[in-house]
Design a protein around this ligand. Structure first.
Ligand SMILES: CC(C)(COP(=O)(O)OP(=O)(O)OC[C@H]1O[C@@H](n2cnc3c(N)ncnc32)[C@H](O)[C@@H]1OP(=O)(O)O)[C@@H](O)C(=O)NCCC(=O)NCCS
Length: 178
């Protein structure tokens, strides 16, 4: 319920309000447990191609995944369209010691507007505050958009597997991570 303490560690934190070149106002904030239905609706709106690019399989029921994020206290950032109230992007990090495993996805029609970068900046800030040193994530070998994001964040493609690449992104002082 709104206003009560939430199990999601970033609930209640707004990191940025971004105005895109085409005039959309996007709120970059921490996810709360009461966002659950909106978050599920967001995942259900993604194309199968985007789902596969993010999860490497076709998922149709996202409730177990969202429940897991909430239960495990993952650091989850959402991008919310201020006009529609709908969630249009999610970035999450699940820490294990000084490393966190990260994932990010933006609704197709909202891609290429700086929303991915803004969520990554917010996540970097949070992980820096918690002493986490790097984020690792898997990407498909033909995922040019993700390569560009990793590069822009000062990261690198660290290991090549047959069907996957392991990307590593250092967590930096927030003032250096633009
Ligand atoms: C990867 C992803 C999260 C990037 O989010 P985004 O909001 O589009 O990214 P931004 O607008 O902040 O831009 C980041 C970079 O990607 C580039 N980019 C974004 N959309 C692009 C497009 N359609 N074509 C080419 N480059 C693109 C931007 O130009 C920018 O690069 P630059 O700084 O070198 O110019 C998004 O494309 C996505 O959701 N992809 C599907 C899921 C996925 O691949 N997740 C990563 C694996 S976990």
């Amino acid at each position: 319920m709104k206003g009560t303490r939430d199990t999601c560690p970033l609930c209640g934190r707004t990191f940025e309000v971004l105005t895109t070149k085409d005039g959309k106002r996007i709120i970059i904030r921490g996810m709360c447990s009461w966002d659950k239905d909106k978050v599920i609706r967001f995942y259900e709106k993604l194309s199968l191609e985007t789902i596969y690019t993010r999860f490497f399989s076709i998922i149709r029921y996202f409730e177990p995944y969202v429940n897991k994020l909430i239960k495990e206290g993952a650091f989850v950032i959402v991008a919310e369209d201020a006009d529609t109230g709908e969630i249009v992007g999610i970035a999450e990090a699940i820490p294990q010691g000084e490393v966190a495993e990260g994932g990010i996805v933006v609704l197709e029609e909202y891609q290429g507007k700086g929303i991915g970068m803004a969520m990554a900046r917010a996540l970097n800030r949070v992980l820096y505050e918690r002493g986490i040193k790097k984020v690792v994530g898997y990407i498909l070998p033909d995922n040019i958009k993700a390569f560009r994001l990793v590069k822009r964040l000062g990261g690198r493609l660290a290991r090549y597997y047959e069907s996957m690449i392991l990307a590593e992104v250092p967590v930096r002082p927030p003032e250096e991570a633009s």
